[in-house]
Design a protein around this ligand. Structure first.
Ligand code: 13P
Length: 243
């Protein structure tokens, strides 16, 4: 069975005083039956590292070190206390021009450093309306997921771009379709493709988490806005535990 994972992506939110939220969350959910991962801004990783939840980065450079002002390597995230890093988030793809090849290189860097890569894929609204969602997913899986991916070093997060931060959530049938498709493709390419953790992301909240987690091949969530406050993220973790 794939491992269940409740992952929070804080994006560019969080100052030192946000650590209280994380402490509260960690106290409530230490030793639960699912993995809990928070990806705070990199400035907070080392301050979070002692808490009993997993900590991750939101992006990394493909190289281990070098003349890359402002960038952080996977090794640096690991050194600060991270055990995972998000790669290929749609905000990086759209705002920083990251290609599938960039995402594959960053994911390979994650493996090199001993981090789990949370590789994000998902279609835009135009692509959804043009009926090309599964083609886009195929291209992103083929181009962004390295051949050395395994169910241990990689998690795939399906995040339809139009559902991120909009309050719009795909129908249960749409989520089920895409997740089944991803599972089929992974199973065809990797010996342990049936074991990869597959996350859904995009406007997940306490109020919709249970029905999303009931979908086959949904093994958790990548949560943005609702991961910032312990009171909002807690019910999502509980829904995953009960799924
Ligand atoms: P929201 O949960 O705020 O829609 O964000 C989803 C996301 O982008 C997580 O990476």
């Amino acid at each position: 069975m794939p491992r269940k994972l409740a992952a929070g992506n804080w994006k560019m939110n969080g100052l030192a005083n946000s650590l209280d939220e994380l402490r509260m969350l960690a106290e409530r959910h230490a030793n639960v039956g699912v993995d809990v991962l928070i990806c705070p801004p990199a400035t907070l990783i080392s301050a979070c590292a002692h808490l009993p939840v997993r900590i991750g980065g939101q992006d990394c450079h493909a190289h281990a070190s070098g003349a890359n002002t402002g960038d952080l390597s996977a090794e640096m995230l690991k050194d600060a206390g991270a055990s995972a890093v998000i790669t290929g988030h749609s905000e990086r793809r759209a705002d920083h021009g990251e290609t599938n090849a960039d995402v594959a290189a960053k994911s390979t860097a994650a493996y090199r450093a001993g981090l789990q890569a949370i590789i994000c894929i998902g279609e835009t609204l135009d692509q959804r309306e043009a009926g090309t969602t599964l083609d886009i997913i195929d291209g992103q899986l083929a181009g962004s997921v390295p051949d050395m991916a395994t169910a241990t070093n990689t998690v795939i997060a399906y995040e339809p771009v139009w559902a991120i931060g909009t309050g719009k959530v795909p129908t249960i049938a749409q989520i089920a379709d895409v997740h089944a498709h991803i599972r089929t493709r992974l199973a065809a390419r990797f010996d342990d493709g049936g074991e990869f953790t597959l996350l859904y992301g995009g406007s997940v909240k306490g109020s919709n988490a249970a029905e999303i987690f009931a979908v086959q091949n949904v093994n958790g969530a990548l949560v943005g806005g609702a991961s910032l406050k312990a009171d909002d993220f807690s019910p999502i973790i509980t829904a995953l535990e009960n799924a």
